[in-house]
Structure formats: C-alpha cells, structure tokens
Design a protein around this ligand. Structure first.
Ligand code: CDT
Length: 344
C-alpha cells in the first residue's frame, strides 16, 4: 500500500552572534510557511537552529553561555521559541528542530525534538551521542574550534525510533486485524550532525525498521585543525570534500538501512568568518538524492516520498532477519578504539 509523505528540510543561511533571536525565529517561520505552500507535512530544521553555532567560541561567562540554551520542556512555550511551534500548530505541520538543551540540574545536551502538529505536543526527543572536536581550544589562534565536548554531555537517550501519528490516513494501528511490517504510521529516527558519520547510529535505527532519518547539522567547510589534512587544500577544495562526505554518508547509510533521510544545514559564512557547508538533501532508500539545496542561504528542500519504497531493501538485500550474522559482529560492542593485528 502506498504511504505518501511530503517532507522538507528548512536550510538556514548564516546565523551570526549578533543575530537577534527574533530575527532568526522570523526566518524559520518564513521557511515553515514556504514549506506549507508546497504542502509539506513535516519540516526539519538544523542543529542548534535558533542561534549561531556557538560551540566554535570559547565562552567563559556563564550568563552569556546560558543565553544559547533552552529548557526542553518549555520549548513550545518559551518566548524565544514558541512562535515557531504556534505556527506549526496553525499550519498543521510537524517539525523537528535542534537546540542546545539545559536540564534542571544544569547539564547541557545538543538535542533535537519532534513536534507533532496533530498531537499538539513534542512526541520524541534525541540527544546527540557523538560530540566531535575538543574540550580545550586549539593553540593555533586562527583554528576553527568545535568545543562541543566542553558544553555538552554525550547523549543518553540512545537511538530510539518512534512513530509519527496523523500524517498518513488509513495506516495499520495497534489491534488492526492483520498487522504487517511497513503498514503503520511512519517510523522515524533523529540524529544530529556528526552522528550521521557513524554506521552504528544508523544501524540502531535500521534495527527498529526506520523509514525516515532526520538529521540537522552545522558542518565547517574549511577547518584543517579539525578535519586534519594529508595534503594542503584550498578552502574551496576542502568545502567540496566536506559536502561530498556529507552526501556520501546520507546516501550510503540510507541505502544500507533501506530508509529515506532528510538533512538540514545551517549554511554560509557565520560572523563573516566561519564557513558552514550547505548541501541539505533528501535521499531515498536506494541511495539516490531526491532533492538538494542549490544555495547556502535560507532555502526549502522538498520531496514527496512513498514509504513503500523502503520495502525493496528491507525485504531483499537488507532483510536483516535473514541475512545478518550477529555471532560475527561481537567486536562492535566489545571494543571502542582500534586494536591492530600483531606486527609480523
Ligand atoms: N556539528 C557537528 O557535529 N559538526 C561536525 C564537524 C566535525 S569536525 C571533525 C560534523 O561531523 O559535521
């Protein structure tokens, strides 16, 4: 049975340290409205969407640092964020959005939530597991820093897939007479930026029959101290490579887990200095790019997809039940780092 879904990535152009929350929020609402004109049912916003990507800065003033964070419970009610949720409710569009989360006991997480317009509430929350970069800034004063390990704890909610209600009429529900895989409400999973480079994250979702993976990101285009460089690269070459790797992991992992994926960038030159790649895209379970951003500015990337397309991979090449050999994969959970074979 076809299960059609209209989905969009809301790519944001640069958000500067000097950008006001109100201005950024208005841009996000405008993107939501543009997606609504295309009839989108679900819109994904980037990682830390409401502010600049602040982990590149060393911020020692606690009050200043706190100004980048939100409490998850108050996201749909806080003055800083509420208008986006009100508009999603008014338009009847589900949204997934990334933000810096401060918990009641003062911990920080890099988080994204899924808001269901039909339920009028947040139905899922994910905290970024793979935090890249360093705790301390690089000695090189010109380096681009990525201080996520300083500001955030590693996510502790695992990779928990969830169903999104109210998007597709006539799907099978709990207690339906004949229950089959791939006939219910869409199965989705969230990851955040660096997570997309880790096959383990995708496989955890794949094992729950994920049909759409949502991933917001802020990826530096030119950051040799972070990426490392075996040979000197111009900023243009480095950015081309970064976009290539972004698409490679979205396409490859979508294929290997027979799912669609949506990725939404924060893109362009933040603070006139820090280049973030664009490349927001929607990929298919066969690994093809269905739609992609053409700019590094505010832009909606849209596709109409049929979740039934996930069945081909899930029932043949990647029928996990028939073909996986977990007795041979023990190393994956026994060992974190690399242990090479003994020298000859
Ligand atoms: N935001 C984020 O996770 N960015 C990282 C940069 C990695 S630097 C080695 C990314 O994987 O895109």
């Amino acid at each position: 049975m076809p299960r059609i879904l209209k989905i969009a990535a809301a790519q944001l152009g640069p958000v500067h340290l000097t950008s006001t929350r109100q201005d950024t929020l208005s841009r996000m609402i405008k993107l939501l409205q543009s997606a609504s004109m295309l009839d989108a049912q679900l819109v994904l916003f980037p990682e830390t969407a409401f502010t600049t990507f602040f982990p590149r800065h060393l911020i020692s003033d606690q009050k200043e640092l706190d100004s980048f964070f939100e409490h998850a419970g108050s996201l749909p009610t806080s003055l800083n964020t509420r208008p986006l949720f009100d508009e999603a409710k008014r338009l009847g569009i589900d949204i997934s959005v990334g933000f810096a989360e401060r918990t009641a006991d003062g911990k920080g997480y890099n988080t994204s939530i899924y808001y269901s317009a039909s339920k009028r509430e947040v139905i899922a929350k994910y905290r970024k597991v793979h935090l890249p970069g360093t705790k301390e800034p690089f000695e090189n004063p010109d380096a681009v820093n990525q201080l996520e390990k300083r500001y955030f704890e590693p996510g502790n909610l695992g990779f928990k897939a969830f169903r999104t209600p109210g998007l597709i009429p006539g799907v099978q529900k709990k207690g339906s007479e004949k229950v089959e895989a791939g006939q219910g409400d869409p199965v989705m999973g969230m990851m955040i930026c660096n997570d997309r480079r880790w096959v383990e994250a995708w496989r955890c979702y794949g094992l729950q029959g994920v049909e759409v993976v949502l991933c917001g990101y802020n990826t530096a285009g030119f950051a040799p101290d972070l990426w490392g460089a075996r040979r000197p690269m111009t900023p243009e070459e480095a950015e081309t490579d970064a976009v290539f790797h972004h698409k490679l992991v979205m396409q490859g992992n979508s294929y290997m887990n027979s799912c669609f994926s949506v990725s939404a960038a924060k893109a362009g030159l933040e603070d006139g200095k820090y280049d973030l790649i664009g490349g927001s895209c929607i990929t298919s379970p066969e690994g093809h790019v269905l739609a992609e951003a053409k700019t590094k500015d505010d832009e909606v990337v849209f596709a109409e997809i049929d979740l039934e397309d996930c069945r081909q991979g899930k029932e043949r090449t990647f029928d996990f039940d028939r073909h996986r050999r977990i007795d041979q994969y023990a190393l994956i959970t026994l060992q974190t780092g690399v242990v090479e074979p003994e020298l000859l």
